[in-house]
Design a protein around this ligand. Structure first.
Ligand code: SF4
Ligand code: SF4
Length: 387
């Protein structure tokens, strides 16, 4: 695997975009967090908007300061792409960093932001990076056709966490009716888009109660895979859910809650829904990135939830190539240990987090760095990962 060609491709793309974009566009992209945010282990989140009108009771974005009104993200498609070419932790190109839209700070296909989301899919799809979108919206046929055209291997996650008295947790002005979402998932599948049911967050006594029915409906619509995810709460989410009769007191990991999101203890519920889904012949993913990797036709063994996807597509590692790659970055170091799913690097000089992020995405294995230095990153007032 030619690792260096990925860096060359990114540089060429950056130069090309610099010739096409205006000075203001370049400046806007340079200042944007997409130009420096560190990807999560499961990929880089792409923000399509700021805020969300859906106002789900269990949502954490309002505690992060995002408004209940939504506006499209300020970067154009090309500006976003340029910002990603500047990001030192991102690999662009087929099999590069996993990209994920939605599921972090907004719903991508709100009426206010869906054209922006589509514009981003149009520029990101042709790169060949595994691309995923998670949504609670229902789109018209014209959108389905264009998504398919721009990103034929996209992984689409359609979220449903309840069927009965859903409006308790997803207010009336909020996302479309879950039955309509399931029908929409069926339409995506008919159009040839790789679509999974996204059961996240699992709300105790609601999602587990409705799980069989949700899965049955999804199966009828042709859905074959499901991604499960645990609820994360802050003090205010806890209070909001309590006020509508959902008591999580026995599931909290600690008695002290604040603005920080903490996952509730719900392994039992996750396992219960997972076995139900498996009994019904669904493929179950513990993490959204598993669905993304599979839709992209790749393999990954970068964490304990793996292996995911097609293991025969796990990149072969050539120790000499990895050592050359480290040198090309201007660092000094070498491979110390190589196992099927893990690679250990001794870094004498260089940014450890950068080497880790790039090699994890390129080699799709756990990467352990010994030595090196770690840079601290300012993203304009938000410390660490702004997600
Ligand atoms: S749709 Fe997503 S981002 Fe919007 S309120 Fe609901 S959970 Fe939050
Ligand atoms: S092994 Fe699976 S769950 Fe882990 S990072 Fe890779 S795709 Fe995601």
């Amino acid at each position: 695997m030619d690792l260096i060609k990925y860096l060359e491709f990114k540089e060429e793309l950056r130069n090309k975009l610099e010739n096409e974009l205006s000075a203001e566009s370049i400046e806007r992209a340079r200042r944007d967090p997409h130009a420096r945010r560190y990807p999560r282990p499961c990929g880089m989140t792409i923000h399509t908007g700021i805020g969300c009108t859906y106002s789900c009771t269990y949502c954490y974005i309002y505690d992060m300061g995002f408004p209940h009104k939504a506006r499209p993200y300020p970067l154009s498609g090309k500006e976003l792409l340029y910002a990603l070419t500047l990001n030192p932790y991102v690999v662009l190109g087929p099999g590069g960093t996993m990209l994920a839209m939605g599921g972090s700070v907004t719903e991508p296909f709100l009426p206010e932001t869906r054209d922006k989301a589509l514009e981003y899919i149009e520029v990101l799809g042709p790169l060949g990076n595994p691309l995923q979108v998670s949504s609670k919206s229902v789109l018209g046929d014209d959108y389905i056709v264009r998504i398919r055209e721009y990103a034929p291997r996209i992984s689409f996650l359609e979220t449903v966490v309840c069927l009965r008295d859903c409006r308790r947790i997803e207010p009336p002005l909020a996302p479309p009716d879950p039955m309509d979402r399931l029908r929409f998932a069926g339409k995506l599948i008919k159009a040839g888009i790789n679509t999974s049911l996204f059961i996240r967050p699992i709300i105790p006594n609601i999602t587990d109660r409705d799980a069989r029915e949700i899965l049955l409906m999804a199966k009828e619509m042709g859905v074959k895979s499901v991604v499960l995810g645990t609820l994360r709460v802050t003090a205010s989410i806890y209070e909001r859910l309590k006020s509508i009769g959902i008591d999580l007191s026995l599931r909290l990991p600690s008695s002290r809650l604040g603005r920080e999101q903490v996952p509730i203890r719900a392994r039992d519920l996750k396992d219960k829904i997972a076995s139900l889904a498996r009994e019904m012949s669904f493929r179950v993913y513990e993490s959204a990135c598993g669905a993304n990797i599979e839709a992209a036709g790749l393999g990954c063994y970068a964490c304990k939830w793996g292996p995911c996807g097609d293991l025969s597509r796990l990149p072969n590692v050539d120790v000499g190539d990895v050592n050359e790659f480290i040198k090309y970055l201007g660092y000094s170091g070498r491979v110390e240990q190589l196992r099927d799913n893990k690679i250990v690097i001794r870094l004498d000089k260089g940014d450890a987090r950068r080497v880790e992020a790039l090699l994890r995405e390129l080699l799709r294995r756990e990467v352990v760095i010994r030595g090196g230095f770690t840079k601290h990153h300012c993203v304009g007032g938000v410390c660490g990962d702004s997600d």
